[in-house]
Design a protein. Sequence first.
Length: 626
Amino acid sequence: MQAELIDIRNHLQQHAPFDELPESLLDEVAGSIEIAYFRAGSPILEGGERNTWLHYIRSGAVEIYRRSGELYNRLGEGEIFGQIGLLMGKQVRFPAKALEDTLVYLIPDDMFQHLFETQDVFADFVEVEDKSRLRSAVSRSTQANELMTSRVSRLIVRAPVTAPSTVRLQEAARIMTEQRVSSLLLVEGSGDLEGDLVGIITDRDLRTRALTDALPSETPIADIMSDGLITIRSDAYIFEAMLKMLHNNVHHLPVIERGKPRGVIALSDIMKYESQNSLYVVGNIHRQQTVEGLKTVSKDVRASFIRMVNEDANSHMIGSAMAGIGRSFTQRLLEIGEEKLGPAPVPYCFLALGSMARDEQLIVTDQDNAMVLDNSFDPEKHDAYFLALAKFVSDGLAECGYTYCTGDIMATNTKWRQPLSVWKDYFTDWIENPKAEALLNSNIFFDLDGVHGKTDFAEQLKTLIATKARSSQRFLALLARNALNRTPPLGFFRQFVMEESGQQAKTFNLKRRGTAPVSDLIRVHALACGSRSQNSFLRLQDIAATKLIPADSVENLRDALEFIAIVRIRHQALAMEEGREPDNSVRPEELSSFERSHLKEAFQVVSQAQKFLRFRYHAQVGRQFQ
């Protein structure tokens, strides 16, 4: 083969969809190509004219327009255009113009049709455009496993065993023994399935709450049952059940169908599907008695993360599992701390903030937390205890791999260890009297979750935020302005914008310039529509329900977040498998052409979403500050 054709083939081989074609076929494509050169500003395709070539950009940049004259897209090296016209009557549907001096490979129509008819991967790529292509990429990059495709109903092997909530301790134990079950659902009324579900009692409850305290056999079961039930629908996916167990540290989940209990699934039922063993890690955490013991378990976290990635779990599942593990470390450290220091002098709630609260935590993470204390808190009498407890937890988390927060957003900081009334004043002031710099520093507190203690304190704060935020346009405008500080790493010509100096030169940060800008802008819209959700994907559901932004924009954002997050996740898993420390900085040449191409699509979605954010709130900023 001539050197020129080898050069053409090698270039094609670096970019989708040609990177997945057989080499012999790629040689044929290279041999069929003609080359054209277009000066900056000159037309390449004009609307309505006949086109018989697929255009592949070897170098330069091209602008694609709608027939209305509106700019539709910018393309760069390795990207194609003209395919829609070839599929639809050979007429140009999207005019194209050279943005700068551009060299184009022209692939003839007969070769295009041959590729389209014989190569599924090629057909899949050219049949969809832009955001649809990104959606296809998300589907392809997160092949579903059994956890994500199987329903909870599949795990139910028998009808639930129930009893009236008035039953006594000995009778409850007898029923469980006779029925050979590890849990008993308690309902109001006669105890049949038509009664309202009010609680659950498990083997563990009988051991820890009844036998340990030597309670009399006639003790009402209502005295020791678990109320405030965590349940799941029968049509939910198994992975959703796993996440609920992780988030709430429960081992039994009542399954509800049409408002009535249909069965109970146990941790052991999911374990046979959950080959990643993140639930096993959580269970092991809660069995540890010392910080040293917890530190040994922390070594299993990375293995769990890698296994989940290798089995193609999606980013929501992985982020939630890792957050559940982090939450469990925090909970167990608080329990050990209370055993060491004695019971808390007043009720308190330990808050998780940021990615842990959003269920979006990964391997590379620091600790962000705070304490909400009961309003009876007296600093002189009580603060020494809570400072000691906060320090014990913070130091323990650091031992387990969760580094100290460089911004000092931890419960060890007096400012973030305050009574509920002070926290309510904090949020009220941030929302009703917003200042750009103050909001920049407090942004993380709008992602919060109670992980231990009187978690109702956290729910009160969520309610306050949801109520006040949506009605404060100035607050939303300033929050939107802050959300625009971090932009995706995509230049004018759709080339990656990379760090220019330092250790991370020639890389871009997939957290700071990727997932963070997405979660930031989603947060603004979520607060504007009164959402109480913390997770970005759940916030998008709430946003879609209120039609605050167009439905297709919501779907595009979901796809963009998923794809960016999963590339970041795989980058970290690969580093660990190769014995390197994981990070968030990637080099474009380390990515596959599939990842490079679709990251550009995802970043463009984020860029468009930021433009919408700027448009929606900018006018309000102007009015508020006049």
